[in-house]
Design a protein around this ligand. Structure first.
Ligand code: NAD
Length: 478
């Protein structure tokens, strides 16, 4: 079976630094969240390994940025091709480390990451002539920043890595990718595939503990940090980056509201609402985390949502019957259990779920909380687990106020047949992306980022590419 082959023995014993394979003093276990047992061990990088990675990335830089965009595209297409050849193994590793269902979500994430890499590799930042007069020629161009430090979390390990490394590399930077300590396996496999097609030092994957992220932020040889993770860590990253005035992109948490209007087509939207809230077992930044439903349709929508949820199977991601997997790690599991205990202590009604059976694995059942008060933690905090508060409203101005009453501003959605009204309401929501009758759709050409505490800067689109460059103006007197 591919999984056992992928992880037989010491599967990822070394880090690749430049063209050397280096064994670290320490390693750390990778836990399969479906069982709670270790399934692999990976190297733990120390500061000296980071120094070596930065040195390799800097020495690869002149040749890499001197390539034309087309030449870099050809190499990134080569990486996409290698990933496609390793698709099944990547999906196995993704399920083992993250827990998501192997045959649906994990396979889809691998395919998505490959497609994303190919699509971004075709994008270009075009130089412009800003003035061309008898007096002056003024040209604007984008120059790569240098070495990009890419730090990603554990919910979509492969997708979020590609969201960063594709734009970093196509714009002419070299990159050091740090996966979450919880989910290093797909990234390490990616490093092996990259070694087949990219020059040494162009992409280095470093695994280790959280402090490796801090060392990257502090490292003077790294020009930019692109970080995806929690608000708390994002604040530390921003503070650390200040010393070196590093370029920074922060993609942080969210507490996304979805507003269902009274005219919504309930049959059509219930599956989308369910997967928008509970897909990846609720562990995604732009998941629906507060569902506001108009009084007129509350009982009907509620019943349909429950009926749909009861038909969804949660289990070990390697089981083809599983549609949802466990939470990814013990820390997140404990956090969600605390939230459920708080709901119970407040006497809130679990219409579904709410009770956790306990090990093996970090499974929390799909949980729907019936109209908790606005000030309760299950409404105010990002659960990052399969827990959804469904909330009643009867006034549109008031629901907009409640939806915006959060420090977050990542995504939001509005659901209704009257598109003009839904679009009008969407225009009043404080979020980087507002979807209408859909959710979590991203595109290579659509800038994605958070308002308020949900982030700084954007990924994707021309703006996302430009965020890996500095602008140079060249003025020629005539
Ligand atoms: P986290 O902040 O704990 O960790 C994220 C990454 O930062 C990990 O690789 C971690 O090792 C590293 N890190 C930890 N301490 C660091 C430090 N001091 N300096 C630099 N790096 C450090 O987040 P998490 O628990 O892994 O991920 C969950 C969070 O990520 C949620 O809040 C979720 O909403 C957010 N998220 C946001 C997006 C987005 O695009 N906006 C996408 C996915 C997840």
């Amino acid at each position: 079976m591919p999984v056992s082959r992928a992880l037989s023995g010491d599967r990822f014993p070394t880090l690749r630094l430049g063209d050397e394979h280096v064994r670290t003093m320490r390693s750390r276990p990778v836990i399969n969240p479906a069982t709670g047992a270790a399934c692999a061990s990976v190297p733990v990088a120390e500061p000296a390994h980071l120094d070596a990675a930065v040195a390799a990335a800097r020495s690869a830089l002149p040749a890499w940025r001197a390539l034309s965009w087309d030449e870099r595209q050809a190499r990134l297409d080569g990486l996409a091709e290698r990933m496609a050849q390793a698709r099944d193994e990547l999906a196995d590793l993704l399920t083992l480390e993250q827990g998501k269902p192997r045959h649906s979500a994990a396979a889809a994430e691998v395919d998505y990451a490959i497609g994303w890499l190919r699509d971004v590799a075709r994008r270009r930042l075009v130089d412009e002539v800003l003035e061309d007069t008898p007096r002056h020629l003024v040209e604007k161009s984008h120059v790569p920043l240098g070495v990009a430090g890419l730090i990603v979390p554990w919910n979509f390990p492969l997708c979020l890595a590609l969201w960063k490394l594709a734009p970093a590399l196509i714009t002419g930077n070299t990159a050091i990718l740090k996966p979450s300590p919880y989910t290093p396996l797909t990234a390490l496999r990616l490093a092996e595939l990259a070694a087949d097609v990219l020059p040494p030092g162009v992409l280095t994957v470093l695994t280790g503990d959280d402090e490796l992220g801090r060392w990257m932020v502090d490292h003077p040889g790294i020009a930019k940090i692109s970080f995806t993770g929690s608000v708390a860590t994002g604040r530390r990253v921003m503070a650390g980056a200040a010393a070196g005035l590093k370029r920074l992109t922060l993609e942080l948490g969210g507490n996304d509201p979805a507003i269902v209007l009274p005219d919504a087509d309930l049959d059509a939207i219930v599956p989308s609402l369910f997967w928008g809230a509970f897909g990846n077992s609720g562990q995604w930044c732009v998941g629906i985390k507060r569902l506001y439903v108009h009084d007129d349709i509350y009982p009907r929508l509620f019943d349909r949502l429950l009926a749909y949820a009861r038909g969804v199977h949660m289990g070990d991601g390697m089981d083809p019957a599983s549609q949802l997997g466990p939470l990814q790690n013990a820390r997140q599991y404990a956090k969600v259990l605390d939230l459920l205990a708080d709901c119970a202590a407040r006497g809130q009604r679990f219409a579904l779920g709410g009770r956790v059976v306990g090990g093996p694995g970090y499974f929390v059942p799909v949980t729907i909380v019936d109209n908790p008060s606005d000030d309760s933690p299950v409404v105010r905090e990002e659960a990052f687990g399969p827990v959804l508060p469904v909330l009643r409203y009867d006034d549109f101005d008031d629901v907009v106020r409640r939806a915006n009453d959060t420090e977050y501003g990542l995504g939001a959605s509005v659901w209704g047949r009257d598109r003009a009204f839904a679009r009008m309401l969407a225009g009043r929501l404080e979020a980087g992306t507002v979807w209408i009758n859909e959710v979590y759709v991203h595109g290579v050409d659509f800038p994605f980022g958070g308002h308020k505490l949900s982030g700084l800067g954007v990924e994707h689109g021309a703006e996302g590419l430009a965020a890996y460059t500095d602008i140079r103006i060249r003025m020629t007197s005539r």
